[in-house]
Design a protein around this ligand. Structure first.
Ligand code: AHG
Ligand code: MN
Ligand code: MN
Length: 283
């Protein structure tokens, strides 16, 4: 589908952002800042720098009404005549930069009010040995940064009906019996464990390898899960469902049914191919 020019402007901005963030990740200070964010996480200097890079670039766009960031307490207005709200996680998996794992950025693009039903696109970037970007309006499309600094289209991504990977998050000693037995049943069926601790990289792996399950359940230490709805969970739910997969919070028929009541609200979440999500819902 031909993209509208405003969406093209947003995609170009995210490309510029990805190049800048990948540079600061390579050579920037890996230390902690003295502040913490709305969730109570101690911020890295790189979290703050990535947030600034994104804010400064998105501020140039007339079509952006406001931005919502993991690293900002409240939404920030950009242009009152703009129609898009962009909710983002500037640096996902940032606690893994010290061990040199792949991390990423996540963007949910909402047209009108901040509601899952208004998501019109989702984008994520991956900073690994290569810089990649998945852009999804109708279908998720993979792009990779080349030597000349251009993002080249690689392929459209599609999940199979059933996969082979099991990416299981959350503190295991707090798992419910039903969650524990569902995870065990997948391993008993031959699924292989894949989990780095950066949802961008873990979900990227499951998506590119054709399917499986990524889960982050509710546990006593995180009764509503850990992952945040507006800028982590919903953008990936949008991408997984457009890729032919499915999502749930454990009981509902889609993560996209959840209402955003607070900017930093969290939810238990499951993303995968249809077969595994049916297994989650039906036990
Ligand atoms: P962030 O770095 O943006 O705070 O996000 C970290 C998230 C997510 O990427 C990952 O799936 C999850 O935290 C990992 O949590 P555990 O260490 O509890 O598995
Ligand atoms: Mn994150
Ligand atoms: Mn983050």
């Amino acid at each position: 589908m031909q993209k509208g020019y405003k969406m093209q402007e947003i995609i170009k901005a995210v490309q510029d952002i990805a190049i800048k963030i990948s540079e600061v990740l390579k050579y920037g200070d890996l230390g902690y800042a003295t502040s913490s964010n709305a969730t109570g996480d101690t911020q890295l200097k790189l979290d703050i720098l990535s947030d600034e890079i994104i804010e400064n670039r998105l501020k140039e766009l007339k079509c952006v009404n406001s931005i919502i960031s993991e690293e900002k307490e409240s939404p920030l207005s950009i242009d009152k005549d703009g129609e898009y709200i962009i909710a983002y996680d500037p640096l996902d998996g940032s606690s893994l930069v010290d061990v040199n794992f792949a991390v990423g950025s996540i963007f949910g693009i909402y047209k009108g009010a901040l509601d899952a039903k208004n998501l019109v696109a989702a984008i994520y970037t991956v900073y690994g040995p290569r810089v990649e970007m998945v852009v999804c309006e109708d279908k998720p499309e993979l792009f990779r940064l080349d030597r000349a600094g251009e993002f080249k289209f690689i392929k459209t991504l599609q999940l199979k009906e059933k996969g082979k990977l099991n990416a299981t998050g959350g503190t295991q000693k707090g798992w419910s019996d039903s969650h524990r037995s569902m995870i065990k049943s997948l391993f008993d069926d031959g699924y292989r464990l894949r989990y780095s601790g950066a949802m961008v990289s873990d979900l990227h792996q499951v998506l590119l390898k054709g399917g499986g399950l990524f889960s982050y359940p509710a546990t006593p230490d995180a009764p509503n899960g850990k992952l945040r709805l507006a800028f982590e969970v919903l953008p990936f739910a949008y991408i997984y469902e457009k890729a032919g997969g499915a999502t749930t919070n454990g009981v509902n028929s889609s993560l996209l049914d959840i209402k955003i009541e607070q900017t930093h609200q969290t939810t238990p979440c499951y993303f995968g191919s249809k077969f595994e999500i049916d297994r989650v819902r039906n036990g």
